[in-house]
Design a protein around this ligand. Structure first.
Ligand SMILES: [Zn+2]
Length: 194
C-alpha cells in the first residue's frame, strides 16, 4: 500500500473520530422543530424556564456525544490490536481529541465541561431576582454575559454556550462553527470593568 493511501486513510479516520461524537451536538436540536420557546439565534435569550430546560437538554446532548464516542474508540482499538491500520489510528486519535477538549476546562473556575450543572444553577438563580439592578430587572443571556435588558448591568459574567438553536449563518456554516467551538462560547468571560 502506498504512503499516500495510508495518509488519506489516517485523515479519513481522524475526521470520523472527530465528527462522530459531535453528531448529537450538530444535529439533534437543530433539525427538530424546537425553536418555539426560544428567541432565534443570535438574539439574547430571556432568562426563564424555557432557557433552563434547554440548558438541561444540551447537557444531555453533550452526554450523548460521550456515549457515541465509545463506539469508534472501541472499534479503533480492536482493529489496532490486530494491525496498524491507519484509519483505526486516526479514529482513535480523533476520539481522544474529543475527550481532551471536553475534559480540560477552557477557563479555570468555570466547572467541568461545556455546560456544568453549576452554570445551570447560577442562571436559574437569576430568575428570582434578589438584588434589583433597576426598576425593571430583565435578565437575558447575550453572547458575552447575562445582562439586564434595561440597565445593562452584568448579572452573570459567563459567555453564552451553544444552545442548539438554528444558527443565523445557516445550518451548514453553523454546523461547522459549532464543530470548531465545540458547543462552547468562543469568548472568554468579560474583564471586570471596575
Ligand atoms: Zn436592570
Amino acid at each position: 500500500m502506498s504512503l499516500t493511501a495510508d495518509v488519506l486513510r489516517l485523515i479519513a479516520g481522524l475526521f470520523a473520530g472527530i465528527i462522530i461524537p459531535r453528531l448529537p451536538l450538530l444535529f439533534f436540536t437543530r433539525f427538530l422543530n424546537m425553536e418555539r420557546s426560544l428567541s432565534p439565534h443570535p438574539d439574547p435569550i430571556t432568562v426563564d424556564v424555557p432557557l433552563i430546560q434547554r440548558m438541561v437538554l444540551m447537557r444531555r446532548v453533550h452526554w450523548m456525544g460521550w456515549a457515541l464516542a465509545v463506539m469508534p474508540l472501541g472499534f479503533g482499538l480492536l482493529v489496532l490490536r490486530a494491525s496498524a491500520e491507519p484509519f483505526a489510528l486516526g479514529l482513535v486519535a480523533g476520539v481522544a481529541w474529543f475527550a481532551i477538549s471536553r475534559t480540560v476546562p477552557q477557563h479555570l473556575g468555570n466547572g467541568l465541561g461545556i455546560l456544568p450543572m453549576s452554570l445551570v444553577k447560577e442562571v436559574n438563580n437569576l430568575r428570582e431576582v434578589r438584588e434589583r439592578c433597576c426598576d425593571r430587572p430583565f435578565p437575558q443571556w447575550e453572547v458575552r454575559a447575562v445582562r439586564c435588558r434595561h440597565c445593562r448591568s452584568i448579572l452573570l459574567n459567563r459567555p453564552r454556550p451553544d444552545l442548539g438553536r438554528v444558527r443565523a449563518d445557516g445550518r451548514l456554516a453553523g454546523a461547522f462553527r459549532v464543530l470548531l467551538s465545540d458547543g462552547g462560547s468562543p469568548f472568554p468571560p468579560l474583564e471586570e470593568e471596575e
